[in-house]
Every structure is written in C-alpha cells, then in structure tokens.
Design a protein around this ligand. Sequence first.
Ligand SMILES: *Cc1c(COP(=O)(O)O)cnc(C)c1O
Length: 361
Amino acid sequence: MSAPAARAEVFSIASYVGGESKLPGFEEPLKLSANEGAFGPPPGAIAAAAAAAATMHRYPDGGSQALCEAIGARFALNPAQIICGNGSGEILILLIQAYCGAGSELIMSAHGFSIYEIAAKLAGCTVKKAPETNLTTDVDALLALVTPQTRMLCIANPNNPTGTLLPQAEMLRLRAALPEHVLLIIDAAYAEYVEAADYDPGVALVDAGENTVMTRTFSKMFGMGGTRLGWAYAPPAVVDVYNRVRPPFPVNALAAAAGMAALAEPGWVERGRAHNTAARRRLVERLTQAGLSVVPSEANFILVNFATAARAIAADEFLKSRGIIARRVASYGLPEFLRITIGTDEDCNRAAAALTDFAHG
Ligand SMILES: *Cc1c(COP(=O)(O)O)cnc(C)c1O
C-alpha cells in the first residue's frame, strides 16, 4: 500500500503566500501588505453585491456577458475580446495551463509576480528568469532567453513587488523582437494607478496582433480583492481557448454585480489615482528624509530598501510592534526590502512615523 501521490511537478511549487492580515495583540492591525486599495470597496459595489445576494440561488452567467459589456463600455474595448475570471490570477493560471506544457518554456523577470512561476511549474513548463536592471524589467535580458521552446512571456507592468514601470516604447520593442509564436502576457493589475505619459496598459499591443493579452483586476484600485474578480483583453483565438478551459462559472453573481457597480462609481478611479500619487510622494519624501532608500514606484505600494536582510526583518518587527503589517519579499529574491501599500493619509502617516523612529533608533 502506498499513499496517493500528486504529480511530481506539484512538489516543485512553493505555495503562494499572500500578505499577512493578523497580528497578535492588535485587534485591528494596519494591513499594508496586500495592495488592497486605500478606500475599501466603492459604496455602489457594496450595495450591488447585497442586492445580488437575494438571488444567489441562481447560477450566474458563465460567460459574464453583462460584465464584459460594462468593461468594454468603460474602457472603450470590444466586449467580444474580453474575458472575466475569478481574479486575474485565475485567468493567468488557466492561460498558462492552456498554452504551456511539458517541454515548453515560460519567461519572466527575475523579480516578477510569483503566480506565473507557480502556474508554469504545475503545467510542467520550464521557468526562465531574466535579470533586471535597477529592479526594472530588462527587455534585452528577456529576449536573450527566448528559444524555439518558449511559449509565453509574462510581465507585470507596473511590476509587483518592485513597482517599476516599462515605458510603452520598451514594450513595443519587446513585442517586435519576440517571435510570433510567443504569447506575451501584460499583467496590468496596477494600470489604474499609473500617471506616466508614456504608459499603455497593453491595449495597443493586443490590438496590433494575435499574440498579446492584457490582464486587469478589480482587486487593487477597485478595492474588491475579497470578491475575486479579474478580466483580460485578448485576441479572439485566446478568448476561444479560455472559454474551453475555464470553469463553468468562473465569476460568481455577487462579484459580477459588484464589479459593474464599481465601474459606474462616479470619480472612483480619478480620486484613487490622485490620492495615491500624492500620498506616495509624501511617504517617499518622509522615508527619504529618514535616510531610507525607496524604489521609484508607479503603483499603490513602495519597495523600501533596508540594505540587509537582517535590517529588513528588524524593520518588519518594529512595524509589527506598532500594529502595522508590511510585506516581506524575500521569496521574490529581495530579502533586504519591505513592500508597503499606500493606504489613506492616516495610514501613510503611521507608517512614516514608525519607519522614521526605526531609522533613528
Ligand atoms: C494583485 C495582483 C494581481 C491581481 O490578482 P487577482 O487575482 O485579480 O486578485 C495580478 N497581478 C499582479 C502583479 C498583482 O500584484
């Protein structure tokens, strides 16, 4: 007799670890570990989810047609090229399952988002990581890894956990130099926060060919991580592939209703973006004054450099002693850093005060 065995690939995977949310001794710790958006969910989304609860005995629309149409209208995209999923992470996992398999290769950046690696390993696909320059995705380093076995290249732009951005010119240069058989995934989870003029979340490249996909999420700017809702804008052939491999009902009815209401919330994105830019600038200024160095970020978090892993751990412990939860990023190959979400002004003030005391103490 032997115990049932999962496939060998499974044991090459380290479980995804989300940002911590509990802190012993603190009833309501300040959670700055998961980039959840500063203002909670849009009020209209809360009301819409509550209203939808009355009909939760009904299965939702498996293709999320009304939601796709609302997303298309909001972002001026063809709804037939939009797919919705149980978080953008699940869309990414399913596309990697569908396009990558044993003998194939997936390329990502050295400090890229961990979901790509987890999904690729499960698919039996080899993961190749390109070195970065100044904690920024390096197009030439990515291109140097391409082989005939390469099926997919995944980039988060802006990237998590670094927060750094690739300008559109670099994305265009990457796509132009990539073989046509390589599917380029642009994970634009933080697109709503970006102010840089030379940024495109991926729409132009999806429209330009058959081999680029842009993924988006309701988990960050729209403050709906708990409902699990993401979407992608993709060429028709990729939409067809997704519809074959997706679960029958990837988006639950409450999430779909909340998502449509969130899109319609007046001024939500504009206000969130303006707040984020100003609050991030002030937080970076205060940390810099305290002698800490911060990686330039276009997202709703910053990566703070503590020079050594020991000092990053000490800073993390110090923050915890003040009831603040940051995110260690050692699993991303960045043991000397902490990632801190941009919250409300009050949240940022607490984080800045604590880290200033840490730096001076
Ligand atoms: C948060 C995040 C996502 C979003 O994941 P969901 O499954 O939509 O909650 C995707 N990619 C990156 C890089 C992220 O940081």
